[in-house]
Ligand binder design. Structure first.
Ligand code: GRF
Length: 187
């Protein structure tokens, strides 16, 4: 099996990145993480790239044409698949078209419910009974592409936002690798 050269885009803690790095060491996992891209200098997740000797780039999104720079770097590293793992920047239509059906994202809700930011607080306000996560293809409409894997759990009355996040992320560490396996098993 030829593993897909993959880039993971992050902005923060990078716990999903860390999980995918671990998974990618397993026999037969379909991706090889070749490049980490962050839009923030102080993203903690960069340490996982450093620790595992994975090349990383920090992108200044204030610069014009920063997406062209990313595209160039992706080409340089021969990247054919992208995972957004807590990447807080919305990609342009042009960027998405140049990697059509090759960008996936993980979102902390059961889509199509609770697209966008602050999912946990909105769920609590809404007195939701079920929470979870979704891995989906990235399209130009935010959090709206075809869903690949969803996982859910029942919210306990005592769950705080912090606990909901923990429970959700535990599921994310299963959902993201599962989605990747599902995509490449079908090709
Ligand atoms: C994840 O919970 C994901 O659902 C959301 O951002 C969070 C990133 O967490 N899109 P981490 O940086 O992978 O720890």
């Amino acid at each position: 099996m030829v593993r897909k050269n993959t880039s993971i885009f992050i902005s923060g803690t990078g716990s999903n990145l860390n999980n995918l790095i671990k998974k990618s060491r397993e026999y037969n996992f379909p991706i090889n993480i070749k490049l980490v891209i962050s839009n923030s200098y102080d993203a903690k997740g960069l340490n996982f790239a450093k620790k595992n000797s994975i090349p990383f780039l920090i992108i200044n999104t204030k610069k014009r044409n920063y997406e062209n720079y990313i595209l160039l770097q992706l080409k340089k590293y021969n990247i054919s698949f992208i995972c957004l793992a807590g990447f807080m920047k919305v990609l342009s239509k042009k960027f998405i078209y140049s990697f059509q059906n090759k960008i996936i994202n993980i979102h902390p809700s059961i889509l199509p419910k609770f697209k966008g930011l602050n999912t946990y607080s909105r769920m609590m306000e809404n007195k939701e009974k079920i929470a979870g996560c979704s891995v989906h293809y990235v399209t130009e409409k935010l959090d709206s592409g075809k869903i690949i894997v969803k996982k859910k759990f029942y919210i306990n009355e005592k769950d705080t936002e912090e606990i909901m996040k923990k429970k959700t992320q535990k599921l994310e560490y299963k959902a993201f690798p599962e989605a990747i396996i599902k995509i490449f098993r079908n090709i």
